[in-house]
Design a protein around this ligand. Sequence first.
Ligand code: GUN
Length: 297
Amino acid sequence: MNKYELIDGKQIAKDIKHELAHEVSEMLDSGKRAPHLAAIIVGEDGASLSYVASKEKQSKETGFFSSVYRLPANTSEEELLQMVEFLNTDSEVDGYIVQLPLPEHINEQTIINAISPKKDVDGFNPVNVGRMSLGLSSFIPATPLGIKLLLERSGVETQGKHCVVVGRSNIVGTPVAILLSRNEASANCTVTLCHSKTENLKEICLTADILIVAIGKPAFITEDMVKDGAVVIDVGIHRIADNSEKGYHIIGDVDFEKVKAKCSKITPVPGGVGPMTIACLLYNTMKAYKSKFQNNE
Ligand code: GUN
């Protein structure tokens, strides 16, 4: 059994927000306004409502302006596009997100395409995805950026290492695979991107120095799939019903209790990747704010 180390996402996210809060207070001292992050949410999806509420709370705690536009579930695509256009042109808003998923009658890609790339702090617009792929300055989606910062701040060597990513979503798997393969500090991995059709998944996972799991299946990665001494990053979040007072507990895509003994480092769930997402959204909003003032817009 390895003496594994926990990667403390809660603490690292706290450090990042503390650094941002310090920057905001310096801006205020020099007479500038605080950065402003907005969010649009359509409908009443429980997970989305709680994410947006946390975003609002943490924005305010970090000294940012935060605004939330709550639209009913029957909002039309046209009405949502009008709201997107309104935020694109509102000079008081530095960055914003449209919370996903959207109701079925709205085409998500149409909405994402309409978000101004300069305010797209989620990094989902094709302009930002393309720029990231080319290694140009861009907004990097919050969870992939959070994973990169977790590796960096917990001293994980990435250069030349084999990183296996399990899951190819547009929000996590695909962008993190691109990001960690770039010729940059805290990247330079050799990346293998696995998905639901991958053959020999277990054998590939067993070759991973860094295993990033974002497949959306509870406790999917078992100890026989992990190389001795690997670094494991678990992006999954699943509510499992139980008899506790709360009525549930949270687990990830990795069978943590069994896998931890194989690892040199591992993220817990909760308290690993999750807390990094909002910290990185705020980081991107600060970047949007600064580039706006640098460009004198
Ligand atoms: N839904 C789940 N994760 C995300 C995210 O990172 N951004 C947005 N906009 N919606 C999400």
